[in-house]
Design a protein around this ligand. Structure first.
Ligand code: KG4
Ligand code: ZN
Length: 334
């Protein structure tokens, strides 16, 4: 079934046409330039930009996929988690199209989209599998009992990994969002020059991620007296942030019989992180699956892919009127 998917949970206005795990189009209009001067996403600006661009991305997604309305079997939309007033724009549009075109509607969890985003390259996985979602808003390790059934087995107790990388980047005067720039700087740096604490050292089996202590230590280090090497600072922060992530993952993965690790979210685009995840996979006998290019950050193709599984299970919305934004929706409530 061909699905038109819409995603407006944060600062990207997105529409895509998918058919099961095939992506026929994937249109992303990024608002980053509008938010950059504020050093983060401003919800009211995000909503306005989504309103301005939503029709444009939907039209372009249909055109690029070369499909007519008749060929679309269902409309899918992200209902949460995300910014309430941003989610609302996509939901309103999806309801309007589903009603006007008389198509069924599928309500999708954004995090489930990130979980399935790596399946475009690797549709064959064995469940239970594990999923790692690392983005600006999420740092979660999720047990995938089957596609559509999830259990969060480790999550951050404070900042998300992407959020922490963005804040560290900001302390070094890099632009927003700074994760990718920090990665570039860190490539030239020496991880041994500066010592930073390893978060939750010795408590890795508590199944929790934590980045706020590391962030505070980094702030003190950056602002301590004396000349500093920015590449070495960036390398030190990134090293500890990823070391903590993979250590907790190692402990948690030990408790499950898992063969496949699905990785999603903007931070997964980091080459150093993916190398460390591949190493963890090698050490623990896991196959590590990364998203295809264009599917790391927020996009509607991943929403369409998650919707494809839901459509197979015939889990269409029963009453369109009742579909509402769910800013704090958890992935285990799918
Ligand atoms: O998935 P995403 O686009 O949006 C959310 O759902 O949050 O993730 C955005 C996050 C930002 O924190 C950004 O700095 C980070 O992903 N990011 C990276 C890289 N590219 C994007 N972090 C580290 N290295 C990168 N190459
Ligand atoms: Zn996301």
């Amino acid at each position: 079934m061909k699905i038109l998917a819409i995603e407006t949970s944060c600062d990207e206005t997105c529409a895509a046409v998918t058919e099961e795990l095939s992506i026929l189009s994937n249109v992303i209009w990024s608002q980053i330039d509008l938010h950059r001067e504020f050093g983060g996403v401003v919800p009211s600006i995000a909503r306005r930009a989504h309103q301005d661009k939503i029709d444009w991305v939907v039209d372009k997604a249909l055109k690029e996929a070369g499909v007519t309305l008749n060929e679309i079997g269902a409309v899918a939309v992200t209902v949460g988690p995300g910014l309430a007033i941003a989610l609302e724009v996509g939901i309103t549009k999806a309801k309007q199209l589903a009603t006007q075109w008389q198509k069924p509607l599928l309500a999708i969890n954004h995090v489930e989209g990130h979980i399935v985003s790596s399946l475009v390259n690797h549709p064959q996985i064995i469940c239970p599998a594990m999923a790692l979602v690392v983005s600006g808003g999420h740092t979660e390790l999720i047990l995938v009992t089957e596609i559509g059934k999830y259990q969060i087995v480790a999550r951050t107790i404070d900042d998300a990994l992407g959020e922490a990388l963005d804040k560290a980047a900001r302390m070094l005067g890099l632009g927003y969002p700074g994760g990718a720039e920090l990665e570039k700087l860190a490539r030239e740096g020496n991880i041994k020059r500066y010592k930073l604490p390893l978060p939750m050292a010795g408590r890795e089996s508590q199944n929790e991620f934590s980045y706020s202590g590391l962030k505070s230590a980094f702030f003190r280090l950056v602002n301590s007296p004396g000349e500093k090497s920015y590449p070495d600072l960036a390398a030190a922060f990134q090293n500890r942030a990823f070391e903590h992530l993979t250590r907790v993952m190692g402990k948690t993965l030990n408790r499950y019989q898992i063969q496949d690790l699905l990785v999603g979210g903007g931070v997964a685009a980091n080459k150093e992180l993916s190398a460390r995840l591949q190493k963890l996979g090698g050490d623990t006998g896991l196959k590590v699956h990364l998203p295809a290019k264009g599917l790391y950050g927020d996009n509607a193709a991943m929403i369409g892919m998650a919707a494809g599984f839901k459509a197979e299970r015939r889990e269409f919305v029963k009453n369109i009127e009742e579909v509402d934004r769910q800013p704090r929706l958890r992935v285990d409530q799918v």
